[in-house]
Design a protein around this ligand. Structure first.
Ligand SMILES: NC(=O)c1ccc[n+]([C@@H]2O[C@H](COP(=O)([O-])OP(=O)(O)OC[C@H]3O[C@@H](n4cnc5c(N)ncnc54)[C@H](O)[C@@H]3O)[C@@H](O)[C@H]2O)c1
Length: 315
């Protein structure tokens, strides 16, 4: 299948950890092609201006052409970075995505959002760029550390809570079917982004937990993983929803069961610390923020809020 999409020359972007595990796999998959491999440091720090600029200049020096292909082989960091490079170099070259983390398979590789971070916040520089194909090979998950696996579970839990009660039921089973829950999470994202590709309305529900999640990530200088921060953000959003009678109480019970099962954290501390960061969030439109609440399991709503409305959530 991969061969149907490959071009004469391809530039594969990955990170050091993945390359050290999968260099043989890559040699085997791409042996018939002129494939140049670009390896970045692992972690959020690679979603930066300097890494972006280095790679762009390297590819221009190599005389990349419009018909060449960029392959993102990695987690969400590699996917967002490589996608943004593919979106902007020569005003856009072809892209395929081969996600290697659970988070990337079930969420970040789908929907075309690409980008890098700024000192003012996460993903503030970016573009929409749809890959020609996303190839999900769940055997790649065998090498993923447990904390990275649980990190991906957070976005899968989110998909279920906002849109798919059957997915939530699957996740609650003693032995959930991995292929089934990944496929359902992909289907949730696919359905939502197909209806609203540029996040004018419905797609915003995918940001459930992300206003606080991104703020917590940035406040902690990206030392906490994205999915863990989204779990904390969902916790706060559910507390807000319950406090204002927008969220049914059983949502919180089910959510805590899932956090426990997938070893994700609950929020403790002062949520007010993050309100300044939230001001820079892209979900902020003028003075009001489109905050997402889950009303019942499998259903979400978009609520315009002022930043002040979010004070003292942890009390
Ligand atoms: N574009 C989107 O729609 C979207 C959606 C959600 C999240 N994101 C972004 O995704 C990023 C987080 O992605 P992530 O959680 O995949 O993190 P990541 O890309 O940093 O990968 C996590 C770690 O796992 C390692 N790794 C990757 N694949 C592996 C494998 N198969 N075996 C062993 N180790 C492996 C990596 O080297 C890294 O150390 C964040 O920047 C977030 O903003 C984007």
């Amino acid at each position: 299948m991969l061969n149907d999409y490959l071009s004469e020359k391809l530039y594969l972007i990955t990170d050091e950890n993945i390359y050290s595990l999968y260099s043989d796999y890559l040699t085997e998959q791409f042996q018939d092609f002129n494939c140049q491999i670009v390896v970045v440091k692992p972690g959020e720090q690679s979603k930066s201006f300097s890494v972006y600029q280095n790679i762009i200049e390297q590819l221009l020096k190599e005389k990349i052409r419009k018909n060449d292909l960029i392959v993102a082989f990695g987690g969400g960091v590699v996917g967002d970075l490589a996608g943004f490079i593919a979106a902007t170099i020569l005003r856009g070259v072809r892209l395929i995505n081969i996600p290697t983390t659970l988070l990337a398979m079930a969420d970040s590789s789908i929907g075309g959002k690409t980008g890098i971070d700024s000192i003012y916040g996460k993903n503030l520089i970016g573009s929409f760029k749809q890959p020609e194909v996303v190839i999900v090979d769940i055997s790649l998950l065998q090498t993923l550390e447990e904390k990275e696996y649980n990190n991906g579970m957070s976005e899968i839990i989110k998909a279920g809570l906002i849109y798919d009660s059957i997915l939530v039921a699957e996740l609650l089973k003693a032995e959930p079917n991995e292929l089934q829950f990944i496929t359902r999470a992909i289907e949730v994202k696919k359905q939502i982004v197909t209806k609203d590709p540029f996040e004018k309305g419905l797609r915003q529900i995918l940001n459930f937990g992300h206003s606080f999640g991104h703020a917590i990530e940035q406040y902690n200088n990206y030392s906490l993983k994205h999915g863990y921060c989204v779990a904390l953000g969902m916790d706060l959003a559910i507390k807000y929803g319950i406090k204002h009678n927008l969220t049914k109480k059983n949502v919180q019970e089910v959510f805590y069961k899932l956090l426990k099962k997938y070893q994700l954290p609950t929020f403790v501390g002062d949520s007010n610390l993050y309100l300044e960061q939230i001001k820079h969030d892209k979900k902020h439109i003028q003075e009001s923020l489109n905050f997402i609440v889950v009303t019942e399991i499998g259903k979400a709503s978009i609520i315009p809020l002022k930043k002040e409305d979010l004070y003292d959530l942890s009390n």
